[in-house]
Ligand binder design. Structure first.
Ligand SMILES: Cc1ncc(COP(=O)(O)O)c(C=O)c1O
Length: 461
């Protein structure tokens, strides 16, 4: 059998036939008009107030309430961990949800074509990308979509390529599917990460069937260039590795940078060897609404992944995503600009006030990737981790120095961030800081962190 027996297109076509896509969300019928969509969810215009400090405590949020449960209320003032935003969501979303709430019946949902139309229009308008609605599949999140794809192409025990450091959630998907990470470390040159293509190709073996691309890259913030993507795509095509392009952060691009959809590459064969996963959730702060979608120009791939994708969207999730795509663009553009200003603020604040921390403004995402090696040294994070691991007992997973830095910042600065060690190889000596919050909250967090770093180091207590 060839290394990618699971990808044998001809045998697949023989067995499944092209009718396999019946049930994909698009039907080829004409889409509803923009006017109809707008009537349902009028577009937001005007100036939005991202300076508002919007209190999320007490809503069972992972970013705040989970940390309070772990560390205690007195120790958590600012949550800068999990990748969601602190802003009040776009008014157009609240309006659409409120309108739907007035109808007090929550029976099974027949997916409206206007929702699919919104996704298609959004991609065309913002990225010039033609998404064929017949080749688009809805799912409950990028994770469920990725899991369906991994189950399709990567049998348990096989390897999945990752450019690391990368989004820690991918490791959970790999664990869930019994697959093994093959880490291709990014090279760090003058604070900017780049891909080591030779190493990438060297790591492909007889049982490497998939590569999870993260673009823009969480946590390093790279927006991969068309040349980067083409080179990765060419290697994957030649070595028969399917590209799973996670582009959930695509709307978060800082000034002067550009997001290139993998599916927009000019080489059709490269694009046909990929599936793209996206959602409105990261763009509009709708993570718990559980709506996402994936598409591919390759009908074989799509039909096979669809067969492993058991997903029904919730009514409220669909309403929120649909309203966002239909009328939220103005809000999003302003939000992206505001967060860009936050990035600049972080950059200059850290340079001026936190000599132990290094960072470079990212090209994309609302995440800052901080080099905290000097902090780790100062607090003796390695020794603390060894000590804490011993106390936990041999059966528990050993704690990392970065987790000690995480605890240090919670206890000394009341700021929670994510430990770099959870993002795979290359995450050592780093912390990930989520800056999608009001400037006032950001300032508070940075002042707390700077003050904590000026204190003498004592016991963590
Ligand atoms: C790169 C990336 N992919 C996927 C997800 C999660 O996607 P979902 O909530 O749609 O499953 C995240 C969330 O932070 C992410 O950063």
């Amino acid at each position: 059998m060839s290394q990618n027996a699971g990808l044998n297109r001809r045998s697949f076509l023989r067995n499944a036939g092209m009718t396999a896509l019946v049930g994909a969300v698009g039907t080829g019928t004409s889409l509803t008009t923009a006017a109809e969509a707008a009537a349902f969810a009028p577009a937001d215009h005007g100036k939005f107030d991202f300076d508002e400090v919007y209190n999320r405590v007490g809503t069972d949020s992972v970013k705040y309430d989970q940390q309070i449960r772990i560390y205690g209320k007195e120790n958590v003032q600012v949550g800068m961990g999990i990748a969601d935003m602190d802003f009040r969501c776009a008014p157009v979303i609240t309006k659409a949800l409120t309108d739907r709430m007035k109808h007090e019946n929550w029976g099974y949902l027949d997916m409206p074509h206007s929702y699919i139309e919104g996704i298609v229009n959004w991609n065309k308008r913002r990225y010039g990308l033609d998404v064929n609605p017949d080749l688009l599949v809805l799912t409950n999140g990028v994770h469920p979509g990725l899991v369906a794809a991994l189950k399709t192409f990567s049998p348990p025990g096989s390897k999945v390529l990752l450019n690391t450091p990368t989004y820690n959630g991918f490791y959970g998907d790999l664990t869930y599917t019994g697959t093994i990470p093959e880490e291709n470390p990014l090279k760090l040159v003058n604070g900017r990460y780049s891909i080591d293509f030779e190493d990438f190709e060297r790591r492909i073996s007889h049982n490497t069937n998939t590569f999870i691309l993260c673009n823009p890259q969480n946590p390093t913030g790279n927006c991969w260039s068309p040349e980067d993507l083409t080179r990765l795509g060419e290697i994957c095509l030649r070595r028969r590795v399917v590209v799973l392009a996670d582009e959930i952060h695509c709307d978060w691009v800082t000034k002067g940078n550009k997001y290139t959809p993998f599916a927009s590459l000019p080489n059709k064969a490269i694009v046909d060897n990929s599936i793209t996963f996206k959602a409105a959730s990261k763009s509009f702060g709708l993570a718990a609404m559980k709506c996402a979608w994936f598409y591919s120009t390759n009908q074989d791939y799509l039909a096979r992944v669809k067969a492993n994708n058991k997903a029904d969207l919730t009514t409220l999730g669909m309403i929120a995503s649909k309203a966002a795509y239909a009328g939220g663009e103005d809000w999003l553009n302003q939000c992206v600009e505001y967060v860009d200003g936050n990035h600049d603020f972080v950059d200059s604040f850290i340079r001026a006030n936190m000599p132990l921390v290094k960072t470079v403004k990212p090209q994309g995402t609302y995440l800052s990737w901080l080099d905290v090696s000097a902090v780790a040294d100062k607090i003796g994070a390695k020794e603390l981790a060894a000590e804490a691991s011993k106390m936990q007992g041999a059966s528990a997973k050993p704690l990392t120095p970065e987790q000690m830095v995480e605890r240090h910042f919670v206890k000394r600065a009341k700021v929670h961030m994510n430990a770099g060690s959870t993002y795979g190889y290359g995450g050592q000596n780093h912390m990930r800081m989520n800056i999608a919050t009001s400037r006032k909250t950001l300032e508070l967090a940075l002042n707390n962190l700077a003050a904590a770093l000026k204190q003498n180091v004592g016991s963590l207590g």
